[in-house]
Design a protein around this ligand. Structure first.
Ligand code: GLU
Length: 430
């Protein structure tokens, strides 16, 4: 059986020989703790009834309550949610934040629902899952095609069910409902801080460095905006409809404005409030991935770089803002060519890190300033990037294997610190 979950397990095995973790502990990590599947009935605006499938997987809680987003996507299934939950366990360990891993999903195309239907679905998810999530047990957040508004509905529903204001049950909420400053662009910002570390190590001058961003959602937009502001040349961007290319680089803020106003990606130039369309080549996503650039930032869905197209990818550096954009059979081809991959469990971990800040603020009832969020996020990203970079050199492995080993070291350490209790629980007494 080949699936995204099996793919994730292959990578765990590859990292094992470089990590300080017992074989039995690794075996435990290959099996999620608990999996919940629910049916969510939703009354449609036309009076009819639709039933959607919802999933939530708790992968491992050794290091703390489980944490991870909920995605709304037509192709979500349990196998995918299991892989994403495992990655969350590793991601939280990489960042040294006190959480285990979880993930959720609903099989739905949210673009086909009205806003009211979407609200009923979001509240219905929480109604079914209310005993499976909780501020001290499992804390959801946004992911693909879910956003702050949806987190707000979910928090409100949970608070009603528990008859208790519970902002700490979910992160990525609107600021007005207990969200954190800086959570909105945290995923892309974390990736940007990784690139800044690499800039120092490689002595880059941003204006000489070309960047391609595949996927222009929350993460991709923020990464593109911050890199552009530093002088990096963002030469191509794409969304699910296709991409645009301009050799001299785009004015990213106007691309973002246009995309968010019209839901279309087009090359525009804005000065003040005046925007005009500019020349740009239209390219397909496949062409965009194959551009000969310095940095490729895949920021859309998983599985876009596979064994089939890995030999066409020319970028020197790949920064994975999406979860799982490169499949394990593509890793080998890319590593052989010497591509430097900043893996998802590091590159996109800014999101869950600021989610952690949000949860801490909710529990304190005391809210931090934006500068504080940025300062803390940058420090954690720089520290963990440095650890993984050094580990990769010492073990002579790629960054992904090093990141997995780094996470396994922390999880292995936590399992050991639990002492002999679990050992005796399984012991036959002979
Ligand atoms: N969905 C995001 C991720 O994959 C964020 C999770 C969170 O904030 O808990 O990392």
């Amino acid at each position: 059986m080949s699936s995204v979950f099996v793919d994730a397990l292959n990578r765990l095995d590859a990292a094992f020989e470089h990590a300080q973790i017992e074989a039995e502990s690794l075996e435990r990590l290959k099996h999620p703790m608990a999996m919940m599947q629910v049916s969510i009935p939703v009354r449609r605006d036309d009076g009819s009834l639709s039933i959607f499938q919802g999933y939530r997987v708790h992968h491992d809680d050794t290091r703390g309550p489980t944490k991870g987003g909920i995605r709304f996507h037509p192709e979500v299934d349990m196998e995918e949610v299991k892989a994403l939950a495992l990655w969350m366990t590793l991601k939280c360990a990489v960042m040294n934040i006190p959480y285990g891993g979880a993930k959720g999903g609903v099989t739905v195309n949210p673009k086909e629902l009205s806003r009211l239907e979407l609200e009923r679905l979001s509240r219905g998810f929480v109604e079914q899952m209310a005993d499976f999530i909780g501020p001290d047990t499992d804390i959801p957040a946004p992911d693909v095609y879910t956003n702050a508004m949806i987190m707000g509905w979910m928090m409100d529903e949970y608070s009603k069910i528990k008859r208790k204001h519970s902002p700490d049950v979910i992160t990525g909420k609107p600021i007005e409902l207990g969200g954190s400053l800086g959570r909105g662009d945290a995923t892309g910002r974390g990736a940007y801080y990784c690139i800044k570390q690499l800039e120092q190590k490689r002595g880059w001058d941003p204006k000489d460095i070309t960047v391609v961003v595949q996927g222009f959602g929350n993460g991709g937009q923020a990464a593109a905006r911050l890199l552009h502001a530093d002088g990096y040349r963002v030469v191509a961007v794409s969304d699910s409809q296709g991409g645009i290319y301009k050799d001299s680089g785009f004015d990213v803020p106007s691309l973002i404005q246009h995309k968010n106003d019209t839901r279309r990606l087009a090359a525009v130039y804005c000065e003040g409030s005046v925007c005009e369309m500019i020349e740009a080549e239209t390219i397909t996503n496949e062409q965009l991935l194959a551009l000969d650039v310095d940095i490729l930032v895949p920021s859309a869905l998983g599985g876009v770089i596979t064994a089939e197209n890995a030999d066409k990818i020319k970028a020197d550096v790949i920064v994975e803002v999406a979860n799982g954009p490169v499949t394990s059979d593509a890793d080998a081809t890319l590593n052989e060519r010497g591509a430097f991959i900043v893996p998802d469990i590091l590159a996109n971990a800014g999101g869950v890190t600021v989610s952690y800040f949000e949860w801490v603020q909710n529990r304190q009832g005391f809210y931090w300033e934006l500068e504080e969020i940025h300062r803390r996020l940058e420090r954690i990203m720089a520290t963990e990037f440095g650890h993984i970079y050094d580990l990769a050199q010492v073990c002579e492995v790629d960054m992904r294997t090093a990141a997995y080993a780094h996470a396994l070291n922390r999880i292995g350490g936590a399992i050991q610190a639990q002492g002999t209790q679990r050992f005796f629980a399984n012991h036959t007494g002979e």
